[in-house]
Design a protein around this ligand. Sequence first.
Ligand SMILES: Cc1cc2nc3c(=O)[nH]c(=O)nc-3n(C[C@H](O)[C@H](O)[C@H](O)COP(=O)(O)OP(=O)(O)OC[C@H]3O[C@@H](n4cnc5c(N)ncnc54)[C@H](O)[C@@H]3O)c2cc1C
Ligand code: SF4
Length: 251
Amino acid sequence: MMRLPKFSYLVPQTIPDAAKMMGDAGPAGQFVAGGTDLYPNMKRRQQTPQTVISVGRLKELHQIAGDGQAGLRIGAGVTLTDICEHPVINRDYPAVARAAKLISTPILRNMGTIGGNLLLDTRCNYYDQNYEWRKGINFCLKKDGDVCWVAPGSSKCWAVQSSDLVPLMVAMGARVRLVSTVGDRMVTAEGLYNDDGIDYLHKRPDELLTEIHLPPVNNWRAIYKKLRRRGAFDFPVLGVGAALNFAADGT
Ligand SMILES: Cc1cc2nc3c(=O)[nH]c(=O)nc-3n(C[C@H](O)[C@H](O)[C@H](O)COP(=O)(O)OP(=O)(O)OC[C@H]3O[C@@H](n4cnc5c(N)ncnc54)[C@H](O)[C@@H]3O)c2cc1C
Ligand code: SF4
C-alpha cells in the first residue's frame, strides 16, 4: 500500500488567509481542492509539498453566478458533479457539462473540482508510476532524474496536459482569476498553459485560482470530443475542444 508522506494541513476560511498561508509556506506549500490528482501524486512522491493548504472552506470558490447572456462565473472549488448537474450550465454551456461528465468516475467527480482539473499535473507513462518503479529507471527529468525516457536527447520534458476541460476552456475563450499576496490578475485560459511538461503553467505556485469566467454565449456553439483507450474511466489520449461563431442565418 502506498502511504502519504507527512505534511502539515491548513484550512483557511478566507481568500486573503489562504494567500497569506501560501506566502508563508513558500515553495514547500501547495493548494489542494478535491485531492484526486495531488494525493495520488504525493503517494508516488511525484509532488512532495510539506504544507498542504485546502481551498475547501473558501465560500467564494463554491459559487456559480450569471448565465449565458451575461457570462458565467464558476468558483474554482465547484465539483465536477455540480458542473455536470447545474441547470444553467446544462442550458447555456452544454458542452462544458458534457465534457465534465467524461471525466473519471462519479466518485472522483464528487471530489474533483474544476479548478483542480484546470491545474492538473502533466502526465507521462514514465512519470505516473510509484517511487520504486521510477527509481528502477533512475527517475527522469521531470522529477529526481536527468534523462527524458520519451526522448533521451531532449532537454525538455514532453509530459502532456491531460485535462478534459482545458481544451474547451481555451476554445471558448474562458478567463481565470489568480490571487496571491502580491495581487489579483485575470489570465486567459489560453495564456495559462506553457508547452513544457515540467514548467506547464504560466502561473506562480503561490497563486490561488479563485474563479473561471465563461464569456457570454451570443452565437457561439462549442463541442468537446475525447479519445480514450477504454469506454470507461480513462484520461484522454486526445481531447479536442472547438467553438464556432454562427451568423444570424445559422451559417
Ligand atoms: C483514476 C483517475 C481517473 C481520472 N480521470 C480523469 C479524466 O478522465 N479526465 C480528467 O480531466 N481528469 C481525470 N482525473 C484527474 C482528476 O480527478 C480531475 O482532473 C479532478 O478534476 C482534479 O481536481 P481536484 O480538485 O481533485 O484537484 P487536486 O488534486 O486537489 O489539485 C490538482 C492540482 O491543482 C492545484 N489546485 C487545485 N485547486 C487549486 C486552486 N483553487 N488554486 C490553485 N491551485 C489549485 C493543486 O495544487 C494540484 O496541483 C482522474 C484522476 C484519477 C485518480
Ligand atoms: S522527462 Fe517528461 S516526457 Fe520525459 S520521461 Fe520524464 S515525464 Fe516523460
